[in-house]
Design a protein around this ligand. Structure first.
Ligand SMILES: Nc1ncnc2c1ncn2[C@@H]1O[C@H](COP(=O)(O)OP(=O)(O)OP(=O)(O)O)[C@@H](O)[C@H]1O
Ligand SMILES: [Mg+2]
Length: 570
């Protein structure tokens, strides 16, 4: 993990060394300023030397001026490195999210993913910002001040450090517990995000079922669990500082006793005494900074474990390194002995084989849950089949680039997903190089142009989040326009007209039929009118093909097709 973090530091090596240099200067100056007390007292007060006074009076503002300049530079450079690294990590995490396959999203909850992108990265950023400065700058300050202490009187210096081992043992133990607690806390934070996201999505259901109180109770519980975790963390965090202070005070008292005696007896100069104690007290703050930083470092360690776990995860669906571009469909799409399971042991498709010839319209019918949408998911290569394969013109789709495979397809999904952008943006999503005319044309074909014109800003109207400002049928028509504008070779329609009323369905159907000419269409549909004219109908039940043929052929038999028709399911 540290190695991976160091990789991120590499591009900023120069900046990093510049800020290290600034830190070194800052620490040395801090030491020097403390040391000035010695000549101040010994030379000016005791020896009454006016020249030393001039020198000291001149040096102090100069030292503070330099201290300010280098402090500024150090903070600026260090922050910029920390910000750049988090910027990179955040972008990489997002890129990784775009790369990961559907299976990942089916398993992980949105909240968990969100908390990594926000909470965990924030924890890392905070530590990156503070840790190097504290470790290097305060570390150097401690070294310089320790040097001064030893230079002034090595025996007393040794005595001041007597408390050190007694303090470090509990601190090491504290660190382990804090790391554990912050891991738990971050998990709990993910729960909060998950809950939040879910309840926003489900707000209307919650209201309709009068479940507001239940939801609030559910949230309260998660929130309370987080509180208890944070408090356990805080107890340890709050204990570190007083413990160190007490040990420190003990050491100081001890030194004070011996040093005081030496000054009284004249064995040690008062100047050395004051400089020694100024340095000893100044060493205290940086050491305290260390212990204050520890909780944040522990949090960042567990946060980066989670971020890197996500970043280092290989997508289930990967292009082969030898993947070739696939040419547009010429002959056929062949599903060959497909077996598939989303979860191990639960077979969703069993030995499914059929062929769609180029230019054909093939309909898939079957009861809910029979695996129709799954077939489309496999063709788009959201998942790979566990048995058999899908071949386009004889090429296994696992051997071609994902981009070339998907670029010849266009899909209208069962659940309409639109982006919170303008209507124009949503239609052009299918083809970013589409002209204004093409956008309007696609909307007209999808029977969407009329209602778009009636919206306040026409094509510039913003679709609310999840398309809430549009009706189900309107959203679906925009989705159809988005599919059409792509001018795809292969059209995948999963209940593409299910949300439309009979009239607009007929209109959209006519448009689609016009469109299907010269294309290859795989369509999942529930209505007879839509399926009737298909070249071939595949009847799916429990993940297996139970029948196939044209409408006339299937209608003659007493099979599932006829039963579905009787039940008015088609
Ligand atoms: N992401 C998933 N993870 C696990 N199981 C899934 C997943 N998606 C679908 N399934 C299961 O796979 C089976 C087939 O689902 P599929 O969506 O293909 O059915 P369908 O024929 O399209 O049904 P419908 O007509 O209701 O849309 C169902 O039993 C479903 O529970
Ligand atoms: Mg489906």
């Amino acid at each position: 993990m540290y190695k991976q973090l160091l990789q991120y530091l590499k591009p900023y090596k120069t900046r990093f060394f510049v800020s290290l240099f600034c830190m070194a200067v800052v620490s040395s100056l801090t030491g020097l300023i403390r040391y000035l007390l010695k000549p101040m007292i010994d030379k000016v007060f005791i020896a009454r030397d006016i020249h030393s006074l001039y020198l000291i009076v001149f040096s102090i503002p100069l030292a503070y001026f330099l201290l300010g300049v280098f402090n500024y530079a150090k903070t600026y450079f260090m922050s910029s490195i920390a910000q750049r690294i988090t910027l990179t990590i955040r972008t990489q995490t997002y890129e990784q999210l775009q790369r990961l396959s559907s299976g990942f999203y089916a398993k992980g909850t949105t909240g968990k993913i969100m908390s990594r992108l926000t909470n965990d990265i924030a924890a890392l950023q905070f530590a990156l910002n503070r840790a190097p400065a504290t470790i290097v700058c305060d570390g150097l300050t401690v070294i310089v001040l320790t040097g001064i202490l030893f230079y002034l009187n090595w025996k007393f210096a040794l005595v001041s450090f007597i408390a050190f081992p007694f303090v470090s043992l509990p601190i090491i133990n504290f660190s382990r517990r804090m790391r554990h607690l912050s891991r738990e806390g971050q998990k709990q934070m993910a729960e909060i995000y998950t809950n939040l996201q879910e309840s926003i999505m489900a707000i209307n259901i919650t209201k309709a079922f009068n479940q507001e109180k239940t939801e609030i109770e559910r949230f309260k519980k998660i929130n309370w669990d987080l509180y208890t975790l944070v408090m356990r963390f805080t107890k340890i965090e709050a204990l570190s500082s007083p413990l160190m202070e007490f040990m420190g005070a003990f050491a100081v008292g001890l030194v004070l006793f011996f040093a005081g005696k030496d000054v009284i007896s004249g064995a040690w100069s008062p100047g050395s005494f004051f400089a020694f104690f100024a340095a000893a007290f100044s060493i205290y703050q940086p050491i305290k900074n260390f212990s204050n930083l520890n909780p944040q470092i522990q949090q960042a360690i567990s946060a980066s474990e989670r971020i890197f776990e996500l970043l280092n995860q290989a997508p289930d669906i990967m292009e082969k390194t030898s993947a070739q571009e696939i040419a547009p469909l010429r002959e056929s799409i062949k599903f060959d002995g497909i077996g598939f399971e989303y979860d191990k042991g639960i077979r969703v498709l069993k030995d499914v084989s059929f062929e769609v010839m180029s230019g054909e319209v093939v309909a898939i019918v079957g009861p809910s849950g029979s695996g129709k949408s799954t077939l489309v998911n496999l063709l788009l290569r959201f998942y790979d089949p566990s048995k058999g394969g899908i071949y386009i013109d004889g090429n296994d789709i696992r051997n071609v680039t994902l981009h070339s495979l998907r670029s010849q397809m266009s899909i209208v999904t069962q659940e309409t997903i639109l982006f919170n952008e303008s209507i124009r943006y949503n239609i052009a999503y299918g083809n970013s190089s589409a002209s204004e005319d093409e956008i309007v044309m696609a909307a007209k074909l999808a029977q969407a142009h009329n209602f778009i014109e009636k919206t306040p800003k026409g094509y510039n109207t913003l679709i609310g989040e999840r398309g809430v400002l549009l009706s189900g049928g309107e959203k679906q028509r925009i989705a159809i326009a988005r599919a059409l504008i792509r001018n795809p070779k292969i059209l995948l329609l999963d209940e593409a007209t299910s949300n439309l009323d009979a009239e607009s369905e007929q209109l959209v159907q006519q448009a689609l039929e016009k469109l299907m000419e010269g294309r290859t269409t795989l369509m999942i549909a529930h209505r007879l009118a839509t399926i009737k004219n298909a070249d071939k109908i595949i009847v799916l039940e429990n993940g297996s093909i139970v029948d196939a043929g044209t409408h006339e052929e299937l209608f003659k038999k007493e099979g599932l097709y006829k039963r579905l028709h009787h039940l008015q399911l088609i």
